[in-house]
Write a protein that binds this ligand. Structure first.
Ligand code: S3P
Length: 163
């Protein structure tokens, strides 16, 4: 079974995902890193040079061509991936979707805006956060990611036993 982590920028998907994968002896995949590698450009440069829509279609292509073939992986997704077109439905066919839920006030203290084109203006980022909430809530499981890191990880590990 694959575990797919979704949530807003700064919710801890990459950090948590890497640690969960290590503990469960699963492979770890970060969709942003894969896209950067395939395009040989940073996320920031992709947005700057090709625009957001190009990036969204790259994410969709990645789901279809790469993620669908994966087994036994922990997959950390870019914050916008599940909210574009029917990506959530596609992701659900690949694994268990776990939403790392966090309050905006906590997140904004933790996040680095570096290489995050959609977190350059904090007010706009908060609007996006509010707009995406209902999409994220369609996950199979919701985990509080605003507290202790070890606690978040152990909650996900418990879920891994579920069918
Ligand atoms: C985005 C989140 C980023 C990255 C891109 C767009 C978004 O990933 O995919 O900058 O739309 O929320 P992280 O959630 O890993 O920061």
């Amino acid at each position: 079974m694959n575990i797919i982590l979704i949530g807003f920028m700064g919710s801890g998907k990459t950090t948590v995902g890497r640690m969960v994968a290590e503990k469960l002896c699963m492979d770890f995949i970060d969709t942003d890193q894969l896209i950067e590698k395939k395009c040989n450009k940073t996320i920031f440069d992709i947005f700057e040079e090709k625009g957001e829509n190009f990036f969204r279609e790259k994410e969709r292509y990645l789901i279809k061509k790469t993620l669908k073939k994966k087994i036994n992986c922990v997959i950390s997704t870019g914050g916008g991936m599940p909210c574009y077109k029917d990506n959530m439905k596609q992701l659900k066919s690949i694994g268990k979707i776990v939403y790392l839920k966090i309050d905006f006030d906590i997140l904004k203290k933790r996040i680095s805006a570096r290489n995050r084109p959609l977190f350059q203006d904090i007010e706009k980022a908060e609007q996006l956060f509010n707009k995406r909430k209902t999409c994220y809530e369609n996950a199979d499981e919701v985990i509080n990611s605003g507290g202790d890191l070890e606690n978040t990880i152990s909650q996900i590990i418990k879920l891994a036993d579920l069918p």
